[in-house]
Structure formats: structure tokens, C-alpha cells
Design a protein around this ligand. Structure first.
Ligand code: FHN
Length: 446
């Protein structure tokens, strides 16, 4: 079968979905370009650091998982004094790792506010620290050009009007009115979205309890957008998220992107914006005993895998009660940053792979002046030096390693594949990126 016919067949029968066939919503443009951000879970729970009585496996849920009565938990407010907190250093480490945005917990489920709020005393200004963490982070992000984003929990185990109560706690719900809590939450969201400059993303969470429903979610989405029309809001503002798989169910639910958690979708989802959030060990909040850290190799390859499916990667750090990133987190951020320094262009602003799967690694792509630049992420370096790119009918242009861009690589066609001659050794044992330019568009997706 000749090449032209093959080309017609391939383009006609390509699987659904095309690179960049997302709605042309300029609001999402910076987010799709960014691809990689830092999640930060920090609050009073960093003080016990996962340990309570005879257990050491708690995290940011410690008030719930250790069933700590509110009057006992609230005592942590008198201890929170992170004197080693340095917002400039946090932002510098995120930026050096190649991250383009930071999502910080303004308030997690325990109800404690890391910011100066006029609507509660359960906030940072009533700790010995007495400094507005969010203000200092906002200033550092603005100074260093990193997008500032807030996580905010709908579920609130502290506010007297939030319902339901925890099943184990002896705390009357008499007189509690959820609508009054929602007014409180909206007042705080107005503080979060108007007191700290432009906010990139409002990352809602804790939407799963049966007191929260679609009308509340849609109203909250509309309210936050009315405060800052350009803001992006995740799908956990409403009740459309399908569990930890995180994407939005069919139907009209509010939210601009899906939120898979601790997992990566098996394939890209053409036309859908999504972001996988993930811990570096097994806890979001700092746990001093959790040494189950993901390797540099694993994290760097996960970043490529996620980008190859058209998603964003939100990688978490859980700072200590002193305000420091754990050393193992810092080491991983350094390793990712070293890789991103050479290969970041193969992640930022890329679209999902046009190939179903590749035995040696992953692929991301960019459309450049009507042609296509393929970024071939090679995890397994071919022993024979021949990198086979299957099922591609476009004519090849230049090919080169991102680590050695001036040294062109020979490319030849072998039936329906293009074959690139590689040097004997891989420039990066974790993920070496080979650029392959091809004529025209690659309309196939994964
Ligand atoms: O319950 C939270 C959890 O503490 C953490 O914040 C994660 C991060 O996405 N979200 C919820 C669990 O799905």
C-alpha cells in the first residue's frame, strides 16, 4: 500500500481527539502552558507531624483520624510559630524545580486559616507567629514570577455552622446553620481573592459530604469568578468529581479542570483539562516518620507521562512546623530541576502524544508554524542505537537531542515508522529527550 494511501487512511481513521482541540479559552492558556506546579499542605497538623499517642501514621487529617476533641486540637494554635519560614526560599525552590505555579492550603479541613481573616480568630494572627503567611507568599510569587494559587476546603471541622459534625465527636449541632457557614466561606474567599493580588487557581477540596450539593457548588463557582473573572477553579467546587479518578462526570457541573489524585489517567482525555496531584511520600501534611519517598526517576518519568497525556502535574510538599521543606523533598526538587533545565521545553505548553503507546518511553508535541515538533522522552535507550517511531506518515525534518541541539541525528523511514540513529550512550539515564520535527500536523492523539 503506497504512502499516500497510508497517509489518507491514517488521518481518516486516527483515534478521536486531537492535539490542542480544547476550547479556545484564553483564561486557561497560562495553566496549559505551565504543566507543572507545587502543592503545599501546611497548618497546625504539621506540629504533631503525624504522631498521636501510639500511632505515627497520621497526616493533615490527624484531628479526624486520632479523634482529637476540638478543645485539645485548638491548643496547637498557641504552638504554631514557624520562625524558619522563608517565602522567598520556598518560591525559589519551586521555581528552580521548573514549577510555574504554587497552590498553598489557605484553610484545610481543620478550619485553621494560614491568613489574616476578619471573620475568625482561628487564624495565623492568633498564633505566636502573627504574620500573614499568604501575604508573604504572594509577595514572593509576584517578585519571582510564579503564579499564586489557593487551596480552600469546603469541609470545615471547626466552624460551628459547618455540618455534618464528625460522627465521633460530642459537639452539639444545635443551632448550626450551613447557609451561615457558606456566607462565612464566601466572606473568606473574598479576602483570599481580593487581598493578595491576582490569584491563578482556586483549588477547592472537601466537597464530598452529603450537605454539599450542585446548587451550592455552581453558586460558589459563579461567586468566585465574579470576584476575579480570570481565575481558574477546579472541579471540586461542585459535586461532579468522580472519586479519586478525579475527572468530571457527564452532566453540567462547575469546574475548569479535573483532579485525579495520587493517580495518572491511563490515557490522555482529548478536549479535557486535568491535573494529577500527588505526594512525594505517602502524606500531604508533614509526617516525620514517613520515609516512603518516590524516587527522582519515578517523579521525573511521572511528569513526562502526565504531560504526554495532556495533563498538569501538581506535586506536593508538606513543610515542617518550623516552616522548612523536608530535606528529601528538597533533594527531589533539585533532581527534577536539573532535568527541567535541559528538557523543560518538552513539558511546557505541550499537547498529548499522537501515539497510542511507545515501548521506549513517552511523547509530547507542539504545533510550530503548521508543522509538528515531537518530543520523544526516551526512558529505555535502544541497545542498537535505533529509535523506532511507529505509525507516522509525515515527512521527517530535523532530529536532535535536547541535550545536544546542534548535533543533528540521521532519520530514515522504515515502512510506517521513522527511525532515528542515536548516539551510543543516553545523555540522561532517567529520560533523554529526542526532538523530531515532522511536516504538517499530527492529528492523531493517544
Ligand atoms: O482530604 C484531602 C486531603 O487531605 C488532601 O488535601 C488531598 C489533596 O488533594 N485532597 C483530599 C483527599 O482527596
Amino acid at each position: 500500500m503506497n504512502l499516500i494511501l497510508l497517509l489518507v487512511i491514517s488521518l481518516w481513521f486516527c483515534p478521536a481527539g486531537m492535539a490542542r482541540d480544547l476550547p479556545e479559552d484564553t483564561r486557561m492558556e497560562w495553566w496549559r502552558e505551565a504543566r507543572f506546579g507545587m502543592f503545599i499542605h501546611w497548618g497546625l497538623y504539621s506540629i504533631p507531624a503525624g504522631a498521636w499517642e501510639d500511632k505515627t501514621t497520621h497526616g493533615e487529617w490527624i484531628r479526624q483520624t486520632a479523634q482529637i476533641p476540638i478543645e485539645v486540637y485548638d491548643q496547637f494554635i498557641g504552638e504554631f510559630n514557624p520562625l524558619k519560614f522563608d517565602a522567598d526560599e520556598w518560591v525559589r525552590m519551586a521555581k528552580a524545580a521548573g514549577m510555574k505555579y504554587i497552590v498553598l492550603t489557605s484553610k484545610h479541613h481543620d478550619g485553621f486559616c494560614l491568613f489574616n481573616s476578619n471573620y475568625t480568630d482561628f487564624d495565623i494572627m492568633n498564633t505566636p507567629f502573627k504574620r500573614d503567611i499568604l501575604k508573604e507568599l504572594a509577595d514572593a510569587c509576584r517578585d519571582q514570577g510564579i503564579k499564586l494559587c489557593w487551596y480552600h476546603s469546603i469541609m470545615d471541622w471547626h466552624h460551628p455552622d459547618y455540618l455534618p459534625r464528625r460522627s465521633w465527636e460530642d459537639r452539639s449541632a444545635d443551632g448550626a446553620e450551613l447557609d451561615r457557614y457558606i456566607t462565612y466561606m464566601k466572606n473568606q474567599l473574598k479576602e483570599l481573592v481580593t487581598n493578595y493580588g491576582d490569584i491563578g487557581v482556586l483549588w477547592f477540596d472537601g466537597e464530598w459530604e452529603d450537605t454539599w450539593h450542585h446548587e451550592y457548588g455552581q453558586d460558589l463557582y459563579d461567586y468566585v469568578r465574579s470576584l476575579q473573572p480570570s481565575i481558574i477553579i477546579n472541579n471540586r467546587v461542585d459535586v461532579g468529581r468522580s472519586g479519586m479518578q478525579g475527572l468530571t462526570k457527564k452532566g453540567s457541573y462547575a469546574g475548569d479542570f479535573g483532579t485525579p489524585e495520587q493517580e495518572i489517567p491511563p490515557t490522555g482525555i482529548p478536549g479535557v483539562d486535568w491535573e494529577t496531584c500527588m505526594t512525594m511520600n505517602d502524606h500531604w501534611g508533614y509526617n516525620k516518620n514517613d520515609n516512603n519517598w518516590k524516587s527522582d526517576v519515578d517523579l521525573i518519568r511521572k511528569l513526562a507521562d502526565i504531560a504526554s497525556k495532556g495533563g498538569n502535574f501538581l506535586l506536593n510538599v508538606g513543610p515542617t512546623a518550623e516552616g522548612l521543606f523536608p530535606q528529601p523533598s528538597i533533594a527531589r526538587l533539585h533532581a527534577i530541576g536539573r532535568w527541567m533545565q535541559v528538557n523543560g521545553v518538552a513539558i511546557y505548553g505541550t499537547s498529548a502524544s499522537p501515539f497510542k503507546d511507545l515501548s521506549w518511553g513517552r511523547c509530547t508535541q507542539k504545533s510550530i508554524k503548521g508543522n509538528t515538533r515531537l518530543y520523544l522522552h526516551v526512558f529505555s535507550w535502544p541497545a542498537d542505537g535505533q529509535l523506532v517511531v511507529p505509525g507516522i506518515y509525515n515527512n521527517p525534518g530535523d532530529a536532535f537531542l535536547l541535550a545536544a541541539p546542534t548535533k543533528k541525528l540521521a532519520v530514515h523511514r522504515k515502512e510506517d515508522a521513522l527511525v532515528i540513529n542515536l548516539p551510543e550512550t543516553a545523555p540522561d539515564l532517567i529520560n533523554s529527550v529526542v526532538v523530531l520535527d515532522v511536516a504538517g500536523k499530527r492529528e492523531c492523539a493517544i
